[in-house]
Design a protein around this ligand. Sequence first.
Ligand code: N01
Length: 534
Amino acid sequence: MSGKTTPDYDAVIVGAGFSGIYLLHKLREAGFNILLVDAAAQPGGIWYWNRYPGARVDSQVPLYEFSLPDIWQTWSWTERFPGWEELRTYFRHVCDTLDLWPHMRLGTRVESARFAEKASLWRLHLDGGDTVTARFLLPALGFASKPYVPDIPGLDTFAGEWCHTARWPQEGIDLAGRKICLIGTGASGVQVAQEAAKSADRLTLFQRTPILALPMRQETMTEEGQVCEKQGYPAIFEQRKQTSGGFEYQSLEKSALEVSDEERTAHFEHLWQRGGLKFWYHNFADMLTNREANRYAYDFWRDKVRERIVDPALAEKLAPAEPPHPFGTKRPSLEQNYYEIFAQENVALVDLKETPIVRISADRIETQDGAFDCDLIVFATGFDAGRGGLIDMNITGLGGLGLAQAWNDGLRAYLGMSVTGFPNMLFSYGPLSPSGFANGPTSAEIQGDWICDFLIWLRQGGIKLFDAEPQAETTWTEIVAQAGAMTLFPEADSWYMGANIPSKKRQLINFPSVVGYAAVCDDVAQNAYRGFAT
Ligand code: N01
């Protein structure tokens, strides 16, 4: 294969989640010869790897699905917030309906990808030993494909079972009767905790920072009901592209400070009763930019949650009087009965700020204040978001430059899609795009359409090589930082800020507006793909 200048494929997509599947469909429709590769045995991306009990999406139907009529007209959901099994079935339906299977190589990991400069193509080494070449490399790995397990002394001496939520064994783990220690109380931790509390002999939750969780208000859905609702889908799909988060609503235009106490509380109550993430994305205009406005939201949230916790000491740990961080600057999660499980005899909470973990031994986790027996440790400790999966793909660009090296001093990427020195590569749902802030399918479709149009434009011009201009990359990276500086996000030690991974540079890793991002990308396209050297 070496020395060959005609690539096997026009493009190789890596990842069979929303972004990768959408790209595959669009590029095939546009007549490109495409291969999609994924290490997972089934399509679904995050929904393949995160199959822990209770894993379900927190964007409600119909926000979290493709806007392609062939798909939504032939599919109905059983729950307003679908679980991982149904989401996997949905992905199979998508691949069947769009006839994508022949172009997918599942259960295959890309070990490395290197740009061959003379031939202007990407050469990918796959774990089975094969090599494939492509003109364009399109990683679509999602923002959370690299789990993070903290380095706790003694984990290697633990005699029981342990796993990260995103590497849950596909055959499952029976939680009944187990002594479970669960570390981490983000969205994944909350979901596992609710399930584990049902049948564990003992569930001990290790909390470092309380999650500011919102009521999900799950509903079952009928096929007949959806027939009626579907009339409104095209408008909702259009609307979700016009918002900051890619959901169906934007924040209000009003400040929380310009309304009366009654009006403010009434709006908070309205959002609370409707459930889901609306309290986050449909709140007052300045909730994420003004401390005082934010504090009103926090106080409302705290009082609502405290109504559900009888023990005042526990209430102070789960919903402290003073906010642990501005509301919404760490991603809120949705809960169904999270605050009630702590009243159960088999559930306990350990506050790691008071009693840090010292070590793990054969059958327990030891903290400064005591030890907790366990036969299963669950790490719900998050991800090296944005960059982790891309770095693990061992991508090498011009002059032998590795992506990890290129990002040594922090993440940089033009439009959150292209890194200077890595020609002919565009990643979708990557760092410095809206990804982590955005409803996945909205972002996947906006970027997928843009990438497809760009590749068509290159084909029409007979152009075989592009690279992001260094100045364009620098400017976009600064724009993302400046956008972040206008918000309260930098005040939290969150994965949004890269602060959850030791030694990762502190910077806002995503652009906080889907609609603003789409406008910039459109403008770039209309100006002959300004910022790309060809
Ligand atoms: O991960 P996280 P996640 N010792 O990083 C704690 C999406 N998602 O998997 O806050 C002890 O949010 C850490 O503590 P702290 C969603 O976008 C969506 O839960 O850093 N604890 C935190 O409590 C979400 O935001 C869905 O102080 C440690 C937790 O581990 C994103 O994925 C479901 C620690 C990590 O929380 C990630 O969520 C699941 C340590 N050394 C995920 N290190 C839905 O759609 C970290 N922690 C519903």
